[in-house]
Write a protein that binds this ligand. Sequence first.
Ligand SMILES: Nc1ncnc2c1ncn2[C@@H]1O[C@H](COP(=O)(O)OP(=O)(O)O)[C@@H](O)[C@H]1O
Ligand SMILES: [Mg+2]
Length: 499
Amino acid sequence: MADIYTSREDEATVDDVLSKGLKVKAHKWTVLRLALAHSLKIPSQPDEELDRVAERGSEYQLEQVTGQGQGRNPVGQQQDFTDAICGLLSMHLGEDLFRDERAFRRHLQRHIRRGLREFRRGWRDSHDFHQFLYQELCAGVDREAEAGATDFGLLLVNALAEIGVRGEIVETQDGPRITRYQVRLEDPNHLDKVRRGLDKITFALGLQKYGVFPAETGQPKVIGLDVPRPRSTWGSASGADLLEWVRQDQDEPGLMLHPGVDVINHPFAFDLTRQPHLLVGGTTGSGKSICLHTLIISLLVGTPRDKLRLILIDPKKVEFAPYAKAESERIEVITDVVDARERLEALVAEMEIRTSALESAGVRDLTEGRNKGILNLPFIVAFVEELADLIMQEPMAEEHLIRLAQKARATGIHLVIATQRPDARTLNGLLRSNIPSRIALTVQKATESKIILDEIGAERLTGAGDMLIRLSGQPMQRLHGAFVTVDDIAHVIRAERRV
Ligand SMILES: Nc1ncnc2c1ncn2[C@@H]1O[C@H](COP(=O)(O)OP(=O)(O)O)[C@@H](O)[C@H]1O
Ligand SMILES: [Mg+2]
C-alpha cells in the first residue's frame, strides 16, 4: 500500500515543475518535498478534502518522500528526514503526530497536495520557478537581514535633500509590507514640497513602479512616508486572523466587513449598511477575488443566520463555486448570466415591496425597523464577481444594478461589485456615482485609479492585496488585504453546512 496519493492534476503540476521549472534534473519526490515546504509556510491547516483523491494520479512511499529507512548516504549525510518532517507537521498542527503514524501520513498528504495546488495557482510556467519559490519560501524570513542590507532611512534623508528639504527621521514603524518613516521637517512649509516630490523620492530609493505614499502623523511638523520593503520581507494577515476579528461581530448592529490591516498592521473594519454599496476595482491578479472572499467570510461568520441573505453572482463560474457546497438557504450562488439578470430584477421588486413596508411601519430604514422589532427582514447583500462579464452579456442587468444602487440603501439591500475593467464603457457613470464607497487594488494606469477612487495612486500599489479604500465621508486609507486561502473558505463553508 502506498503512503501518499496524488491526483492527476497534481501529477501534471509535478511534471510541469520538472520539465519547465527546475533547472536541475530531479526526482518527482523532490517536487513533493518543495510542495510540502511551501504548504508549511501557510499558517492555516490544509483542508481535509485533500484526503480524497478523485482521479488518482500517482502514489508514493514514505521511503521516497521523507527518506524513511534510508539512513545515511556514502559520505555520511543523513537521508532520513521522517522524524524532522513529523516534528514540523506536529508543530504546524499543534498535535503530536509521532504517536499516530496514519495521522502523520494523512497530514503529510494534505500538505503536499496543498503545496502542489499553490504551485498551480501562483506559478506560471513562463516565470522563473526558482525565483517564485525563493519568494514564497523566504517571505518574512530575512526581515532583519534584508532591511539592514539597504539603509532606506539614509537614502530617504538624502532624497529629501535632493528636492531641497531638510528633515530628520524621528521614528520608524514596520508594518507587514511597508516601513513608515516619520520625518520632522526643519521648515514646516516644506510639507507641500515633499508631497510634490514623491515621484523623485521614489526614484531616488530605486523603487521604480511602487510609490512612496504620504501619511498623516497627527504632529504638525512631522510627515509620515510609507516606503515599501523588498517582497521577501512581507507578511500578510491570515484567514485565522480574519476569523478572530470577525468572531467579535455577532452582536454588532450592522454588517461589519474586515478587508485587512492598515499600513502599520492595525485591523480595519467598517459597517456596510452605512456605506451602503461598494465598488472593488483592480487589474487581474491584484487580489480582487481574495478581497471579496474576506468580505463574504466577514458576513457569513459575523452575522446571525436570520439577519443575512447572500446573493453571489459569478459569471466566470469558478470563484464562488465553493459557497454552493454549503447548501445553505441563506446563500445563493448564480453563475448563469440570464439567471443573474432575472435575480437582480426580482431584487428590484423586493426593494419596492420593502420600501412600502418601511413606509407603513413608519421607520426610516431596515436597521430602525429591526431595532424596534417591527420589521424583521434579513439584510441582503449581492456580490458581483465581474461586472464587465455580466454587463457585456446581459446589458439589462445594468439597469437593475443602477436602480438598486440608487434606492436600495434604506431597505437593507446592499451591493458589492468587482471589476477588472474600470473604464467608462463597462462602468456606467450613473452606477459609479451611486456607489460611494470604493476599494482600488493595483491598477495598470493612473486613469483607472481615477475612475475607481476619483484620485490617482492605485497604479503605484505593490499588488497582492495592497489597496486604497475610500469610504463615504472618510479620508482615503491604505490597507493590506487579509490572505484567505481555499482552505479557509472550505472551513467556513463546512461550519455553515453543519448549522
Ligand atoms: N491579501 C493578499 N495577501 C497576499 N497575497 C495576495 C493577497 N491577495 C491576493 N494575493 C496574491 O495574488 C494572487 C491573485 O489574487 P486574486 O484575488 O485571484 O486576484 P484577482 O481576482 O484580482 O485576479 C493570489 O493568488 C495571491 O498569490
Ligand atoms: Mg479574480
